[in-house]
Write a protein that binds this ligand. Structure first.
Ligand SMILES: [Zn+2]
Ligand SMILES: [Zn+2]
Length: 125
């Protein structure tokens, strides 16, 4: 790992929850003023390929977080305010079981992101 890769990983690791690629870039530039966004994207994709970080699409932006097998979760993303809420995998277990029972299909639900509207953005009533 090059120092630049390490610092990108440090930035993602230091941030609880999800961090946007542009925010990673802003932090990385504090240490490496000449690093460009394309390099940050490349590094993040590489870290994703080796399984160290996972990618979440929020709105039209990519966010990243540290891959943590002990903290597996899915995401609910509000289309209005783009807030991300995490969902424990238990919520999808029943769904997964039914797909297997009824279709013999083993779903890969790890990367599922559920879009919708959060409680704050719902119209009252
Ligand atoms: Zn997450
Ligand atoms: Zn919302």
């Amino acid at each position: 790992m090059t120092p630049q890769r390490l610092s990108v990983l440090d930035i993602v690791a230091a941030r609880p929850g999800h961090i946007g690629a542009d925010e990673v870039w802003n932090r990385a530039r504090e240490q490496h003023p000449y690093v460009d966004l394309a390099t940050i994207y490349r590094t993040l994709q590489l870290l994703k390929r080796v399984g160290v970080v996972t990618e979440v699409v929020i709105g039209n932006k990519l966010h990243f977080e540290l891959a943590d097998n002990h903290n597996r979760h899915n995401h609910m993303v509000c289309s209005e305010c783009e807030t991300v809420q995490t969902l424990s995998p238990g919520y999808l277990e029943e769904f997964s079981r039914r797909l297997q029972q009824e279709f013999g299909f083993t779903p890969d639900l790890d990367n599922i992101t559920i879009g919708g509207v959060c409680s704050i953005c719902q119209p009252p009533g």
